[in-house]
Write a protein of this length. Structure first.
Length: 211
């Protein structure tokens, strides 16, 4: 039986990225399984999506913890029983520290072309509003390895969409989200196939076996 990469999906909201991953697994396009979904909010609809798919869920709310360190202590303890091989940040609004357990094993997707329009405070529609205000002609999304700072780790994949004259934050967000739903599973699959090699700030994508 082919090994299926065990994922921990971390989210804080509606879980559209989680649903996309579950759909890709179900139709055979992604060699993975979601071992656990961790949310930083008890009311996140992503938890309901996980339950509907019979995926274990845990909630580690951010507010009870006085700092990022103690929050991550709790998050790592909650994930430990599930033996995930890759942590997938899917709209997770708290900083997740990879630590030794997940060093080189955390992916994030950002709805802009890093290093532009990224970092702490740049999430959701704030990103697209900043893109529109800047007057740039293209935007897009970025999948990258995540480290202990927001949106800083080595870039794996990027794709572009045009910024149209009539765009609003909502219309641009919808176009970028459609792109995210293609790009994120692609990056996870590359990780599952052991085809990603980090060389300093660059990520090299190796050819498939036998190519």
């Amino acid at each position: 039986m082919t090994h299926r990469l065990r994922l921990a999906v971390l989210l804080s909201g509606g879980g559209t990225t989680l649903q996309n991953i579950l759909d890709r697994i179900a139709d055979g396009r992604l060699d993975a399984e979601v071992a656990v979904v961790l949310s930083s909010r008890a009311d996140a609809f992503g938890l309901e999506r996980a339950r509907q798919a019979s995926v274990p869920t845990v909630t580690v709310a951010r507010k009870p913890y006085p700092d990022v360190q103690s929050f991550n202590d709790a998050a790592h303890a909650a994930l430990e029983p599930y033996a995930a091989e890759l942590a997938v940040l899917a709209g997770f609004l708290s900083l997740f520290q990879p630590r030794a357990r997940y060093a080189g094993r955390v992916l994030n997707i950002h709805p802009a072309l890093i290093p532009s329009f990224c970092g702490e405070g740049f999430y959701g529609h704030r990103v697209h509003e900043a893109v529109l205000a800047s007057g740039v002609k293209v935007s897009g999304c970025t999948v990258h390895f995540a480290d202990d700072q927001y949106d800083r780790g080595p870039i794996i994949l990027q794709r572009c969409v045009p910024v149209l004259d009539e765009d609003t934050a909502a219309t641009l967000a919808a176009r970028v989200l459609a792109l995210e739903h293609e790009l994120y599973p692609e990056a996870i699959q590359l990780f599952a196939e052991n085809r990603l090699r980090v060389d300093g700030r660059r990520v090299r994508i190796l050819p498939p076996p036998g190519a």
